[in-house]
Design a binder for this molecule. Structure first.
Ligand SMILES: NC(=O)c1ccc[n+]([C@@H]2O[C@H](COP(=O)([O-])OP(=O)(O)OC[C@H]3O[C@@H](n4cnc5c(N)ncnc54)[C@H](OP(=O)(O)O)[C@@H]3O)[C@@H](O)[C@H]2O)c1
Length: 278
C-alpha cells in the first residue's frame, strides 16, 4: 500500500535509502533526516534499522519506516519496489551493495549472481518503480552508489584482481545513470546522480561473501574516506546537478575527457569496417 501524496511541496518528501543499516547508507539516512526528509530504511539487519529509526525520529521529528528486505530475493525486492513507487517518494538512494571479491574462476557462481542481483538488478528495478511518479509530478531524484572501481578495467593485475564482477556491476551503474540522465534531459526536474566513492571507511571491507558483519564493529579512522564526506559530496552534487559525482576528484576534467573519448568511439557507429581487420 502506498503512502498518501505529499501535499506540501515545501516539504522534502520521503527518501528511500537501501543499505541503511551501516556505512554510507546509514550516513545518508542521518543527513536526509536532518534535512527534514521522512525516511524508509531498507536492509536485512532489522535491529540496526530499528535502532537508527528510533534515534532519527526522536532527534529530527521525521517519520521513519523500517523495511526489512533482502534485495537479492525477488519477493522482498517487489515489496520494496511497491513502497518506492509511492506518491510521497521524492528521493531514492540505491546504496546497498556487496563485493563478492575473489578470483573470478574460484568465487561461487551463486555468490556472483547475488552480487549482480543486489548491485545491478535491485537498483534498476527500484529506479523503474520510482521514476514514473517522479516524472509525473515533476519532482524527484535518484542517487546510485557506484564506485571508483567502475573505472578499473584497464588496471594492472593488482589491486584490481578479484574484482571483475563487482567492478562490472559498478560500471553498469555509471552507464545506467549517465544514459538515464541524458534520456530525461538536462532540464528535467528529476535528477539522476551516480556517486563513485573510492576506498571508504565502512564495514564493507569486513564483509565475507554476502553475509552482514555481526555485532557492531568499530571502523578505525584512516581506513579510507569517512562516509560523511562521501555523502557531503553526493548531496552537494545533487544540488548543482552534477551527474557523475567523484568525491575525492579535485578537478572534474577527466569526467569530461571520458565523455569526449566516448563520443569519439561512437563515431564508429554504423561506420565501415576498420582497415586493421582487413
Ligand atoms: N566502502 C568502500 O570502500 C566503498 C567504495 C566504493 C563504493 N562503495 C559502495 O558503497 C555502498 C555502501 O557500502 P558501504 O561502504 O557503506 O558498506 P557497508 O557498510 O557494508 O553497507 C552495505 C549495506 O548494504 C546492505 N546490504 C547488503 N546486502 C544486502 C541485501 N542482500 N539486501 C539488502 N541490503 C543489503 C547492508 O545491510 P544488511 O547487511 O543489513 O543487509 C548494508 O547496509 C555499496 O554499494 C558499495 O559497493 C563502497
Amino acid at each position: 500500500m502506498h503512502a498518501e501524496p505529499t501535499t506540501d511541496p515545501a516539504r522534502p518528501g520521503t527518501a528511500v535509502v537501501t543499505g541503511a543499516s551501516s556505512g554510507i547508507g546509514d550516513e545518508y539516512a542521518e543527513r536526509l533526516a536532518a534535512a527534514g526528509y521522512d525516511l524508509v530504511l531498507v536492509a536485512r539487519r532489522t535491529h540496526r534499522l530499528t535502532r537508527l529509526a528510533d534515534r532519527l525520529r526522536s532527534e529530527h521529528g521525521v517519520d521513519v519506516t523500517v523495511l526489512t528486505a533482502d534485495l537479492a530475493e525477488p519477493d522482498d525486492l517487489a515489496k520494496v519496489a511497491d513502497r518506492v513507487a509511492g506518491h510521497d517518494v521524492t528521493l531514492l538512494v540505491n546504496n546497498a551493495g556487496i563485493n563478492g571479491y575473489g578470483p573470478f574462476t574460484e568465487v561461487d557462481s551463486r555468490l556472483q549472481a547475488r552480487v549482480i542481483a543486489v548491485n545491478v538488478t535491485a537498483p534498476t528495478v527500484l529506479a523503474r518503480a520510482a521514476l514514473p511518479e517522479m516524472v509525473k509530478r515533476g519532482r524527484g531524484a535518484l542517487i546510485n552508489v557506484s564506485s571508483l572501481l567502475a573505472f578499473s578495467s584497464d588496471m594492472p593485475p593488482r589491486p584490481g584482481t578479484g574484482r571483475a564482477v563487482y567492478a562490472a556491476t559498478k560500471s553498469y551503474l555509471v552507464t545506467f545513470s549517465r544514459t538515464l540522465a541524458a534520456e530525461l534531459g538536462a532540464t528535467s526536474p528529476v535528477r539522476v546522480q551516480v556517486v563513485c566513492p573510492g576506498y571508504t571507511a565502512t564495514e564493507f571491507h569486513l564483509t565475507q561473501g554476502d553475509r552482514s558483519v555481526e555485532g557492531d564493529t568499530p571502523i578505525a579512522e584512516g581506513q579510507g574516506m569517512p562516509a560523511p564526506d562521501v555523502v557531503t559530496a553526493s548531496l552537494a552534487a545533487l544540488h548543482t546537478g552534477e551527474v557523475v559525482c567523484i568525491p575525492a576528484l579535485t578537478e572534474p576534467a577527466p569526467v569530461r575527457q571520458l565523455a569526449a573519448a566516448e563520443a569519439e568511439i561512437r563515431t564508429a557507429m554504423g561506420g565501415r569496417l576498420a582497415r586493421r581487420y582487413l
